[in-house]
Write a protein that binds this ligand. Sequence first.
Ligand SMILES: Nc1ncnc2c1ncn2[C@@H]1O[C@H](COP(=O)(O)OP(=O)(O)OP(=O)(O)O)[C@@H](O)[C@H]1O
Ligand SMILES: [Mg+2]
Length: 180
Amino acid sequence: MTTTAPPVIEARGLNLVFQTADGPVHALKDVDLTIRKGEFVSFIGPSGCGKTTFLRCVAALEHATGGSLTVNGMSPDEARKKRAYGYVFQAAGLYPWRTIAGNIKLPLEIMGFDKAEQDRRVERVLELVELSGFGKKYPWQLSGGMQQRASIARALAFDADILLMDEPFGAGRDCPRPAE
Ligand SMILES: Nc1ncnc2c1ncn2[C@@H]1O[C@H](COP(=O)(O)OP(=O)(O)OP(=O)(O)O)[C@@H](O)[C@H]1O
Ligand SMILES: [Mg+2]
């Protein structure tokens, strides 16, 4: 029944070759993939196999060197302009000069939500990721895992159709280590 849901991400023969000083790096090779509305898909594979590169292609942060890719039926560039997705980066990617609430509001400001609606949404998503009360803090005042949760909250705040998350729960590496 659900297989008839419309495709939201469709890759056909997708290839991406990075040209580097050490020669070409074939990061994506002949990727065929259809993800339909309502599906939850995880990419699992060794470090360097191309997971981040694929997400970056969907988000139009990289451009494939061959094959085709559509996002909600559009080119990745068009989908980016329409803000079809929220993106949680492998590093939390919060702006250090903005508070947690300020970071969550940024896409809402760009999208033209009024101030009251921005505040309402910030409260709702902070509660969802169990960070209520931390809106006034700056990113550096939070632990690595809390920063990642704030980044997830930012991606959830504008009800995007697609949520792209790159290792959103892997904050352990950012924990402070005891002095040697
Ligand atoms: N901007 C770039 N220029 C050149 N090579 C790149 C670039 N970005 C990624 N690569 C190469 O592309 C390959 C895929 O990298 P990618 O970051 O997609 O891996 P990953 O699966 O996300 O790994 P990890 O699990 O460590 O995050 C690697 O060989 C990497 O060195
Ligand atoms: Mg990666």
